[in-house]
Each structure stands twice: as structure tokens, then as C-alpha cells.
Design a protein around this ligand. Sequence first.
Ligand code: FES
Ligand SMILES: [Fe+2]
Length: 360
Amino acid sequence: MKALIKPKEYFIKEIFEKEKEELFSEIWNFVGFTSDFAEVNDFVVYDACGISVVIQNLKGKIRAFKNVCSHRHSLIQTAEKGNRPLMCPYHGWAYNDRGIPFGIPKKPFFNFSKEDLECLKLEEYSVDICGSLVFLKIKQDETSLQDYLGNFFDEIEKMSNNFGKRVDLNEIEIECNWKIVVENTLESYHVALIHSETFQKLGADGLDFSFSKNHSMWNAEVLMKENEGKQAKVHKPFQERNYIIEGYKHLLVFPNILISSTYGISFNLSQIIPLSENKTLFKSFVFITKKEDESNGNGSVLEKVYEESLVDFNRKVFDEDKAICQEVQRGVKFSSYDGELSEEEERVLYFQQMYKKYLK
Ligand code: FES
Ligand SMILES: [Fe+2]
């Protein structure tokens, strides 16, 4: 089967600009975890297709606004994340939970009526939640997050609600187009050569793929059962948990979020953030499961050993992927062919089909 995304679509600047307009501004984008917005005034600033957006807990509700002051255009929140009222740092205009200026220093100088202030409301965007994940949509349409995630909504909700202690946040810059990184994660054909000393050892196998809306999932069998051999010991602290799967599960939340789990004991959420047509930020969060009783064995030596090996394993795998993705970026500029996809690369094909639906 021929690939649908042509080589030049991995390095041309105009395509990258089109993706912002026609893809990323249309879909639900993951912007953070509910824990990032736990307290009133907790905020995250997200670059949504070149627009700075502030997502903030205002009076207990998470809302999203264009992060630009209506007075004279300063950014309102200037840090990447933090806790601070929605107030412009330049002349001090403060905004209420609807994004309307309500605290204006030396207000009588302006002579604003109530209607004038309403007209200065910050542009608002949609925010919605699935489990512990917070999503943002720039386009004002009727597609709810639930519609967007389709049949995978429940699975994503369940998985993310079981993200317990975060044991790693790994951020790496990769010199390649974001689609090369996504596609790399969607097939296991490369595992034997690229991850021979790491992921290959898990022995994830099979073609149990499923698809819903734009997204895809792989349920893989693994070589070793959860409590086989020496695994029995390190997995012992996690036996009392709510989310249990047989082997390995890997989901793509289209177009650039990956969620995976092994046995329901460890979880990974990776965000593949396009920086330019040939540069990508790979942000990877590793969690261990929430345990029924968090006091039970928490911080035990056994658990520490498990956490360290988990972090080490993930980092090695991603470094291996980084290296090969950069080689693909170097090659794609000179390729004479469209690319070929096998049955094992079915999720890559599906990703490309969905991508083409958005890019006109
Ligand atoms: S630019 Fe924001 S208060 Fe003046
Ligand atoms: Fe890989």
C-alpha cells in the first residue's frame, strides 16, 4: 500500500502553516492535566497554532481565553504556568471569569459604559475534560470532546483517572517533522532493529488494532505475563489497583497525543509538539498506577527500584526513536518514492487518511 503523505509534506514550510490552520485549530488539543488547574487562579499558557491561549481556573471552573490584553495588547499571563489572577502586567487591567475587564486602574479616565466593557471581552475558546486530561478547541463548532474521542472516550477516561505518581517528565527536541515522530510510534515493525535491547524485550506483538473517529489503538500481547519470573517481585506493590490489562495498550489521540500502559501498572502520555516543519518537541510523562491504598508500600525500596528502571527504560526507548526519526528527516528530502506501508503499519495508514481529511 502506498503512503498517502508525500515526502515533501514532511519538510515544506507552507504545509506546516496549513497544518496549524486546517488541522490544529479544528481539533481538540491536549493542554494539561486537571491537577495543573487544581487551585483557583492556576493557569497554563498554551501556544495554539501560534496564538497564545491562557487556560485558567477561574472561580473553580477551567476556562480558556486569548492571552492578549484588550487595552494595549500585552500578554496577560507571561509564564508558562503558575498561579496568578487574570490580570495584565502592563497597566493592571484585571479580568473576571467571563474574560471581561472588571478592575481597571484609573477607570474614570476611560469613561467606559457597562456595554463598552462587554465589548472588550477576551476571545474565549472551548475547554473540556476527559478523565484527568484537559483539552482545548480553537474552532467554535458543536463537536464536543466526547464526540471527538468517539468510542475511545471511556478508555481514555479510565486510563487517565488511574495515572498515579508522576515519575518522569522528559522533554527532548527532535530535528524532524512532528508527523515522523507520530508515525514512528504507530508501528512496531521497527522495534526489532531500533529497540533490540529495550522495547523488543517486552515482546509486544500482534495486529489487534482498533479505530474510532480519527484515533487508533493497539492492544498487544506481551512475552511475559505480569507476575511471571522476576517481574512478580517488582510488580508486587501494585497488585491492589483499579485498572488492569493483560499486556500492552497504545492509543493515538489524533493527531499528536499518545497514551500507553503496560499491565495497567505503568503509563506514558507523550505530547508531540510541532515547533517548525523540521523541529519537534517530544514531551513525555511517565506515571505509575494509582493504588487502592496509597499508604500501602508507598516509597518502598521495591517501588523505587521499579520506578528507576521504568524511567530508564522509557528514556532509552525514546532516545532510540529520536535518533532514527532524525535520519528519516534527512532522507525524506531526497526520496524518489511515495513510501510503502504493510499490514503491520495499518495505524500509520489510518493516521495518514485522517490527516488528509483535514488538509485540503
Ligand atoms: S496593555 Fe494590558 S493593561 Fe495596558
Ligand atoms: Fe520506537
